[in-house]
Design a protein around this ligand. Structure first.
Ligand code: NAG
Ligand code: NAG
Ligand code: NAG
Ligand code: NAG
Length: 263
């Protein structure tokens, strides 16, 4: 609340000359300029199907994938579209501005002249639908897992050997730090059992590529199992598959993520 009052700018106005704080969530103030690239946006859904709901005789739509299309205002001068697949823990928002409100990945590629698509995987983020049996949810990440795994591995009780070299996360990287909290608040639940998600992502992922044509996919962490499946399902539609810290490598996590049966 305190930071939001600041965001509203009343302190700055009453003080006259004081600079407006546009860091992090304060950038929501209309007084703050966006750091993002100039693009136009369209959204749509692909994939999925009607299934019976818990209300007799009525159906829900499930297994669909949310897609956002970002088109550079300055025009496209690159051959292949880029498809950014959500990391499974944050939704597709992870490719937009950073938690401390610096420019994100999507903007860099929009500025470089690419047609950019961002998706929320099926059953996750804006792809979510009420289908308890298919997408029984578990937590995405706890404060401790985020801290030890991503934002401050050097402070973990049992750090990996090179953790001391980690210096990329802005701020203290611990709960209570505004940048950490802005990241943690973006974390959404995961499906406890990926089987349905893998089946629906084969369909929805390839339905997207069938519409937009041969593309380059980007994934990070938990989303990489889905772009690998897309490469298996519709290989001719993937120009390249770029996998960042993919979850599907055969290495043991030092942290684990113990709530899921397949975590
Ligand atoms: C926002 O951009 C405008 C136009 O460039 C500039 O005059 C203004 O000072 C900027 N505001 C902030 C808070 O940086
Ligand atoms: C495309 O346009 C962007 C933005 O003007 C520029 O940075 C980039 O070098 C251009 N790339 C090609 C392949 O023309
Ligand atoms: C979680 O992190 C807090 C703060 O660093 C620490 O006090 C606590 O022991 C941790 N809990 C577990 C279960 O690791
Ligand atoms: C996951 O769901 C599939 C399909 O419903 C089921 O066959 C499988 O046993 C489930 N796996 C676990 C670990 O619950």
């Amino acid at each position: 609340m305190q930071s939001f009052l600041k965001a509203a700018g009343w302190c700055a106005l009453s003080a006259g000359a004081a600079a407006i704080d546009c860091s992090g969530i304060n950038a929501l103030s209309p007084k703050c300029n966006s750091t993002e690239a100039a693009y136009t946006r369209d959204f749509f859904y692909v994939g999925g199907e009607y299934v019976s709901s818990t209300v007799s005789g009525q159906s829900i739509f499930t297994g669909q994938m949310y897609v956002e299309k970002l088109t550079p205002v300055r025009g496209i001068n690159q051959t292949y579209p880029l498809v950014f697949v959500s990391a499974g823990v944050p939704s597709g928002t992870v490719w937009l501005n950073t938690p401390d409100n610096r420019k994100g990945w999507a903007s860099y590629f929009v500025e470089a002249g690419y047609q950019v698509y961002i998706v929320d995987i099926t059953g996750n983020g804006r792809g979510g639908q009420y289908d308890v049996a298919a997408f029984h949810l578990r937590f995405g990440s706890t404060d401790n897992i985020t801290q030890d795994g991503f934002t401050a591995p050097e402070l973990a009780a049992h750090p990996y050997p090179q953790a001391g070299g980690h210096d990329k996360w802005p701020g203290a990287g611990v709960r209570g730090d505004p940048v950490f909290d802005a990241f943690q608040v973006s974390i959404v639940p995961l499906a406890a059992n990926s089987t349905t998600q893998e089946r629906t992502m084969r369909v929805a992922g390839c339905a997207l590529l069938a519409i937009i044509g041969e593309s380059v996919t980007f994934c990070h962490s938990g989303s990489c199992q889905y772009t690998v499946l897309m490469a298996d399902e519709c290989p001719d539609l993937l120009r390249a598959s770029i996998n960042l810290e993919p979850s599907c490598l055969p290495f043991q996590s030092l942290l684990g993520n113990p709530a899921g049966p397949d975590g």
